[in-house]
Design a protein around this ligand. Sequence first.
Ligand code: ZN
Length: 255
Amino acid sequence: MLFDTHVHLNAEQYNEDLEEVILRAQNEGVTNMVVVGFDRPTIQRAMELTERYEFIYACVGWHPVDAIDMTDEDLVWIEELASHPKVVAIGEMGLDYHWDKSPKEIQKEVFRKQIRLAKKVKLPIVIHNREATADIVEILAEERAEEVGGIMHCFSGSPEVARKCVEMNFYISLGGPVTFKNARKPKEVAAEIPLDKLLIETDCPYLAPHPYRGKRNEPGYVKLVAEEIAEIKGLTFAEVAEATTRNAKKCFAIN
Ligand SMILES: [Zn+2]
């Protein structure tokens, strides 16, 4: 059994063949996945998928790149959705300094508002970080995000930062990049962070693992991420699959 903790099956890249993609994932042993919505249309679509598939859960929030577009009504809507039994986390939220659509100050404000909302509804948070590690760690600490904890999604930082995040009650989720030959940091993180703090994800349709790098990603490929972690840690595939599934269920409070 495999738990893909971060998928975007709500993306238009799956409009043509969603059923087949899901079937392939099940054939590879994927038993659960969390579809992440990060604006109005993708949240709406994530909720539809939870209604249609028993093994699909949703994470709802607002992406930092689009922070400038988030209204108070959007935040109220996310809060309403949080009580839905299949909404298991708030996000993806965070900071993205790679793109400049939303000014940093607005990103930080929208990030803080969502952390406060997650604490109010008592759900874990899913963090998107691009080139903003120091500010993310500072805001998580200031907002006492450890009360809800959550996931550092597609973590690409150093083992030192990973350890700091674990201390703040966050799981470290590794994706396709851990399989890339030149990915030194994700491999170090896989080696050094204890298995009970690791999760696996695809972030599909993005970041396909080796040997599919550059192609459309899909949840079935999460198996390659688990295999790589097993190899790095000197464990069996079954041990990694079982532990990361258990961790994900604990994080999302899924029985
Ligand atoms: Zn994502």
